[in-house]
Design a protein around this ligand. Structure first.
Ligand code: SAM
Length: 324
């Protein structure tokens, strides 16, 4: 991994909107307040920040939200980020409700990967957790995306009492489809605090019971800290992102830009550098880069989920507001 000012940062997550077309109970439930449009970074401002980080050495961008595909003309912004001279990789994470209609554009710009968030394979349960009857649309998007040459991954947040009876169904899906499926521990962030996470190690035990020929896949399969396993009967891999119980802060390689223009270097803490104010008060690129450099150098060494030492420093926003 590239060493940037003494830290191993090589990737920025960029939230392009706080809006979402789903109402997931643990993330963006009904009643959540939207940020004013004027407080959201414009596409020009986002591009400028991406250009600055690329000149500092961060060459990979993940587009997120809210739901990134609900922002008007998001495919055009993604295309423009992808064409910045120093940017090497652009990927997106989406709930896939609007994905199918945009796949053609994403193929045309040679998008480097799509992560699709889906916590259940059951249409009724999907409606229950997301508040919307969109399972078929999402499933059609997944099928269509698998027909392209873009790398597709599925992200499933493990939720006790909700999808813990479906893990084996997700393993079986990996036998049928060439897709990596990653289980993500529910983080005690925003509304996530009200839900029970299933530890990755519990799901791993289930996987081991189901497949005696399981082996760890060592080859790197993306930007993140997931560990991957596979059985010869599977076309894809099963991955684990154990953000809470198997802390991987020492390998955390990312910074995050919120839709309001705060640059956060750790999900857990509530502070960020206000790049929007800097840009809107006329800062030049060199000053913006200095501020970004400061955020990288001062990136906290570790999160403190479950060890609340200084509560007024802890993030209270939801993942959709931060840019999950
Ligand atoms: N709408 C896009 C999507 O669905 O991928 C991007 C934003 S969404 C906030 C990104 C991911 O964060 C989703 O997979 C969602 O399930 C996950 N997420 C939200 N709240 C979470 C929490 N408390 N713990 C773990 N993952 C969470």
């Amino acid at each position: 991994m590239k060493d940037l000012y003494g830290r191993n940062i090589d990737y920025m997550r960029v939230s392009i909107t706080d809006r979402c077309n789903l109402r997931c109970k643990y993330c963006t439930p009904y009643g959540i307040k939207n940020v004013n449009h004027s407080d959201i970074l414009t596409y020009e401002e986002i591009l400028r920040i991406c250009k600055c980080v690329s000149e500092l050495g961060i060459k990979k961008i993940k587009i997120t939200g809210g739901e990134p595909l609900v922002r008007l003309d998001s495919e055009n912004l993604i295309r423009r980020i992808k064409s910045l001279p120093l940017i090497e990789k652009v990927t997106i994470t989406t709930n896939a409700v609007l994905l199918q209609e945009k796949l053609h554009d994403f193929q045309a710009i040679d998008l480097d990967g799509i992560n699709i968030s889906l916590d259940t394979l059951n249409a009724e349960k999907y409606k229950e957790i997301t508040g919307r009857d969109n399972f078929k649309k999402v499933w059609d998007s997944i099928e269509a995306a698998l027909d392209t040459d873009i790398r597709i991954k599925l992200n499933c947040v493990s939720i006790g009492g909700f999808n813990d009876d479906e893990f084996i169904d997700f393993f079986k899906l990996c036998e049928k489809k060439n897709i990596d499926i990653r289980f993500i521990e529910m983080m005690p962030i925003g509304y996530g605090k009200q839900f029970k996470s299933i530890k990755g190690v519990e799901i791993f035990k289930l996987l081991q019971n189901e497949y005696s020929d399981l082996y760890e896949v060592k080859e790197k399969r993306g930007n993140g800290p997931a560990r991957y396993f596979k059985s010869p009967s599977m076309k894809g891999c099963i991955g684990f992102i154990d953000a809470v119980n198997h802390k991987f802060c020492d390998t955390c390689n990312r910074i995050r830009l919120t839709s309001e223009g705060y640059l956060k270097s750790c999900l857990y803490f509530n502070y960020g550098i206000d790049l929007r104010s800097m840009i809107r008060s006329g800062a030049d690129d060199e000053s913006i880069k200095e501020a970004i450099k400061g955020a990288i150098i001062n990136k906290p060494k570790e999160h403190k989920f479950y060890r609340l030492e200084d509560e007024n420093k802890v993030e209270v926003k939801s993942m959709a507001q931060i840019g999950g």
